[in-house]
Design a protein around this ligand. Structure first.
Ligand code: TYM
Length: 329
């Protein structure tokens, strides 16, 4: 692992799935590689956003990165739209990937089926994501399981460009996706065969990183399990219980086997899951509050944008040059 890049959309209600599937790993990886963690506000614009809310969510997303333990002196935290190379590289990706490839993206199919308006940006979303990644000569991309197909596209584009030019113009990135039992796919509390999602209309299905302890306890108490009473990891037959086991395991460090051996029913199990989630999120929420002091996160983001720009501009130039764009004198 040399260079790590990942991004999160600044939409309200960052979830426990976002944290356990991705952000938690960012914190670990920051000491192992050069890391770039981006607030992808341009991606958020693919669906209609209230401007005031988008600005607030952008700051909040950055605050959560820092509150979760990403050290801005170690890793680079920045806002996508602050570094114009992203939009420029996005175009170069759009002309390097095929209509048919984008049409096959399952996330586009899902989102466009639900959306009231389907913007062109929603369709080309994965091309911009490939741009984000390739701009930093990224070797590894930590994401949840739902981003796998987008990552494969980024790899395909990179391989294609290198083949076309017969040399390594861009670095082919590797996915860094935890297996399900390690948080790669945290499921909805109400419908545990679906992933936990920010946009779930059922409030009790999703734990948000900024939920109060009481809200967290209520949601876990109400979480769907099954009619047995055995705490056993079996995502096929016992999706609800298995999901809670994964959450408990990640929040405490206990293995799934240890957890399975501990309980004879769901009552105490659910209580322990709730307390483990509260104990995990409370210190993050505390730091988040401190970071709401005016100016603090803004300064971090300014430094981050400068670092990100310094690294990404030469990579953009390298590809522009390979593609035959005339350098400005
Ligand atoms: P976004 O904002 O939807 O989600 C952020 C991260 O959280 C992960 N995630 C989950 N992991 C486990 N279980 C879940 N239920 C769950 N829900 C979400 C996502 O996989 C993701 O890692 N397209 C990206 C943002 C992006 C990006 C990039 C990521 C833009 N450019 C470049 C990596 C590299 C997205 O929409 O993430």
């Amino acid at each position: 692992i040399k260079v790590v890049f990942s991004g999160m959309q600044p939409t309200s209600g960052v979830t426990l799935g976002n944290y356990l599937g991705a952000m938690r790993n960012f914190v670990k990886l920051q000491h192992e590689a050069q890391c770039f963690f981006c607030v992808v506000d341009l991606h958020a614009l693919t669906i209609p956003q209230d401007p005031v809310q988008l600005r607030k969510n952008t700051l909040d997303m950055a605050r959560l990165y820092v509150a979760a333990g990403i050290d801005p002196d170690v890793a680079t935290i920045f806002v996508q739209s602050h570094v114009s190379a992203h939009a420029e590289m996005g175009w170069l990706m759009e002309v390097s990937c095929y209509y048919g490839e984008l049409q096959r993206m399952t996330q586009f199919k899902d989102k466009s089926a639900k959306a009231e308006v389907v913007t062109t940006g929603l369709f080309t979303y994965p091309a911009l994501m490939a741009a984000d990644i390739l701009l930093y000569d990224t070797t590894h991309v930590p994401v949840g399981d739902d981003q796998k197909q987008h990552l494969e596209l980024a790899r395909d584009i990179a391989v294609r460009l290198n083949n076309r030019f017969g040399r390594e113009v861009v670095v082919v990135p590797e996915p860094y996706i935890p297996p399900r039992e390690a948080g790669g796919r945290i499921m909805s509390l109400q419908n545990p065969t679906q992933k936990m999602s920010k946009s779930d209309p059922d409030e009790s299905a999703t734990i948000h990183m900024l939920d109060t302890p009481d809200a967290i306890r209520k949601k876990i108490k109400r979480a769907v399990t099954d009619s047995e009473s055995e705490v056993r990891y079996d995502p096929e037959k016992k999706p609800g219980v298995s999901n809670l086991m994964v959450i408990l395991s990640l929040c405490t460090g206990m293995s799934l086997d240890e957890i399975a051996g501990r309980y004879t029913g769901y009552g105490q199990f659910k209580k322990d899951v709730a307390e483990a989630v509260v104990a995990t999120l409370e210190p993050i929420q505390q730091r988040y509050k401190e970071l709401c002091e005016p100016g603090v996160i803004e300064e971090i983001l300014e430094k981050g944008a400068q670092k990100a720009e310094a690294v990404s501009t030469p990579v953009l130039r390298r590809l522009q040059d390979a593609l035959g764009l005339l350098p400005r004198k």
